[in-house]
Ligand binder design. Structure first.
Ligand SMILES: [Zn+2]
Length: 192
């Protein structure tokens, strides 16, 4: 339970990162963060949080007292927006591209999507956010070992490094519906 993740908001309620419940509790105990009630958005400081603990569902036991696990905390002083990197994975490239082929726009099931190197690996193209795009099996086969211009194919958009709040992996987001209401509307992976 202590290693579960807690969403961290800055003072303006922008999601900036995640941390462990353990660390979230330390921040609260130090008075630099408050726990956000997921339904009412009320912010509970440390004393209040412990007080409501005995009544809460999903309380954390075994460390001397019971209190609810903070799912979201808000920092009381910090107002920055650190640039946390999004992990480069095939799945996250698909997410960035909306699970659609950048060449034809087709959005098949993800088993029929591939990761295409814009500049092929054989020509020294790196495996990174700017050289990897989502392509359907057909377009990938048609493009083969060529660049888009050599294959006379056009990309619908240029690949860039995505910026998701706090570098948050949308896969993680899918498992934490409570966090959704704290995310900007255009965050990939949000329930529609
Ligand atoms: Zn395609």
């Amino acid at each position: 339970m202590l290693d579960r993740q807690t969403l961290v908001l800055n003072r303006s309620w922008r999601p900036i990162t995640t941390t462990t419940v353990r660390r979230a509790i330390v921040l609260m105990a130090r008075g630099v963060a408050g726990a956000v009630h997921p339904a009412t958005f009320e912010v509970a400081a440390w004393e209040t949080w412990i007080e409501v603990g005995s009544r809460a569902i999903g309380s954390l036991r075994g460390i001397g007292f019971d209190f609810p696990v903070p799912e979201v905390i808000v920092l009381t002083g910090y107002n920055g927006m650190p640039d946390a990197p999004v992990s480069f994975t095939r799945r996250n490239v698909y997410r960035r591209d909306g699970f659609a082929c950048v060449y034809c726009g087709h959005a098949p099931r993800s088993a029929e999507l591939t990761l295409d190197h814009v500049v092929p690996r054989s020509r020294g193209g790196p495996t990174d956010w700017r050289n990897c795009v989502t392509a359907c099996v057909r377009c990938n086969a048609r493009k083969a070992d060529r660049t888009p211009s050599q294959a006379d194919m056009r990309m619908r958009r240029q690949p860039t490094m995505p910026r998701w709040p706090g570098g948050l992996d949308p896969g993680q987001l899918a498992e934490r519906p409570v966090w959704h209401r704290f995310m900007p509307a255009n965050t990939p992976g949000l329930a529609k």
